[in-house]
Design a protein around this ligand. Structure first.
Ligand code: 3EB
Length: 332
């Protein structure tokens, strides 16, 4: 086993059913569109659909690849695919009036699977949460309910919040909670913070009974062939949402935050060599709360991001009620 195999990478395909042509290196397909499905293995290929937008023409598929042939399986409701070095998985919990217990179970199973398969280093998670801003059966916001469950799983498994990687916690239009994750057996997995934004697990209690647990970015893999995963990033400074009601302003601040996270000065602070600019960020997902804000967001993104980057614009709710836009991406 070599520790120098390049990290998994992702392609955005416009069709819902890309022709994989027997490609044995596919870790899984995450279909973004206007409906959801259960998690399944079709001919050994992991796939699921998440309801992350409201228009058919915005649908696309993330095709995740490894550099080696993969094996796949299911355990404890988690569908997974792996190589010696990397593990990709998806697990879903059904729509419900309360999510804390189910989320705690879901993350407990993820921690157990990553340990039992021997890929204990979580490197990225995506949490698609239906009705994220609604009140649950107890009047608690669903996102906060989710955060309670995730935090409890860390308590139970003895996981240090500082080891939790880059993440996305975003709305969906149905389907309960779908969690997609990537983990590694070993090698470099370096969590990166943003000096302008409070570490998520230090957020004050006004944001919920238990704080979110994620890094602003995670560098995974060897110096050549590594990948920098940038968390869903918003118009937040310190712990406060800025530019309230101003989607253009929030988009600018989100991009400033990403630029600061991936820049040389910040990476050096975290012991990571090199440095990047917004022009290096690819495979971006831009989540927009209100349909009428699409044009403004597209305009800001076009001005500041690479015109050759893959960018998906999706219409969905965002973890905090006052956030209008959120942006994630990766650098290879
Ligand atoms: C924020 O910065 C915005 O709960 O996993 C962004 C990325 C957000 C990940 C998560 C939440 C999460 O607090 C919301």
């Amino acid at each position: 086993m070599s520790a120098l195999v390049a990290a998994p990478f992702c392609r955005f395909e416009k069709t819902g059913s890309p022709d994989l042509d027997g490609d044995e290196t596919v870790l899984g397909l995450i279909e973004h569109g206007t409906g959801h499905t259960d998690v399944s293995l079709v001919d050994g290929v992991l796939r699921t659909a998440v309801h992350t937008t409201t228009r058919e023409d915005e649908a696309f598929t993330e095709v995740w690849h490894a550099r080696r042939p993969v094996e796949s399986g299911t355990d404890d409701g988690i569908a997974w695919a792996r190589t010696d070095e990397y593990l990709f998985g998806v697990v879903r919990t059904a729509e419900s009036g309360r999510y804390a217990d189910a989320t705690a179970s879901l993350y407990t199973r993820i921690f157990e699977l990553t340990r039992s398969l021997g890929h204990p280093l979580l490197a990225r998670t995506w949490n698609y949460v239906s009705g994220i801003n609604r009140a649950n059966a107890d009047g608690l916001e669903v996102y906060q309910d989710f955060c309670v469950g995730r935090a409890r799983a860390l308590d139970a498994a003895g996981v240090d919040p500082a080891t939790m990687p880059a993440a996305t916690g975003i709305g969906a239009h149905g389907g309960g909670i779908t969690c997609v994750f990537l983990a590694a057996r070993g090698g470099d997995r370096i969590n990166i913070e943003n000096p302008g934004v409070l570490t998520a697990h230090h957020y004050p209690a006004e944001y919920g009974p238990r704080p979110p647990v994620f890094a602003r970015a995670t560098q995974l893999g060897p110096p050549d062939g590594g990948r920098l995963f940038v968390s869903a990033t918003a118009g937040i400074l310190g712990h406060e949402t800025v530019r309230l009601g101003d989607v253009t302003g929030q988009c600018e601040v989100a991009l400033d935050n990403i630029a600061r996270v991936v820049g040389a000065e910040n990476l050096r602070r975290h012991g990571v060599a090199g440095g990047h600019t917004l022009a290096d960020v690819d495979h971006l997902k831009v989540y927009i709360r209100h349909r009428e804000h699409f044009e403004a967001v597209r305009r800001v993104c076009a001005a500041r991001l690479s015109n050759t980057a893959d960018i998906a614009f999706l219409h969905t709710d965002i973890a905090r009620e006052n956030l209008l836009v959120e942006i994630e991406g990766m650098v290879s």
